[in-house]
Write a protein that binds this ligand. Sequence first.
Ligand SMILES: [Zn+2]
Length: 243
Amino acid sequence: MTHPSESHTTALAGKDFVPGPVLILGAPGAGKGTQAQLLVDKYNIPQISTGDLLRGNIARGTELGLKAKEIMSSGHLVDDEIVNQMVLHRLQENDIHRGYILDGYPRTLEQAKFLDDTTADPVFLSRLPVIAVSMVVSYDKLLQRITGRRICPFCKHIYNVYSNPSKVAGVCNFDGARLTQRADDTESVFIERMKTFEEQTAPVVAHYHDQGRFEEADGNQDLEAVNDAIEQAIFKLRRASRG
Ligand SMILES: [Zn+2]
């Protein structure tokens, strides 16, 4: 994949640019996962997400993984302490010295403070402070992304009736299977998720904002333009955080 914006941002950031730890924030449907992956590829740094950490620890049968599995199988959510410990272990691996992309962690103020203490510890390879970039997408656009989503049950290709429709309405381009909608891709579920997201994220945003480690990026654009906006925000914040 080629990025029209690549030469611009590479020139901006310089080829020796070290992004350090970058938290990507965004509402449900903002396209956080896609943008996180683009940054991972471009900077050649790992992504650290709560979901991956949980799955990885459970798959490897670590002590934390076993604990998490037990909690989850009893129908509860894994608490901050276990997630924090998983992050702590992850940050001791060698691949994070130039930075990493955080997705879904820190989710709470307590986690953000824990991460700050952790990254400041001389034991860790990447001691740069975490910077946070929030992808801002309009409410209507987010709603369309969620309620317009259609999935092929056969090849798992994802369409959107507003922005990326199949050639024949309701039918997969590749295999002719009838497209389905996930049961929770509705406006009422979306409204609930937005409320939860805003309540949870506000203290995290305020934390980074107060310390001059927060920027917004316009997420109402095409993939490349959003990526460009995020990279410019990262560069600006990292330059500032180094003094
Ligand atoms: Zn298909």
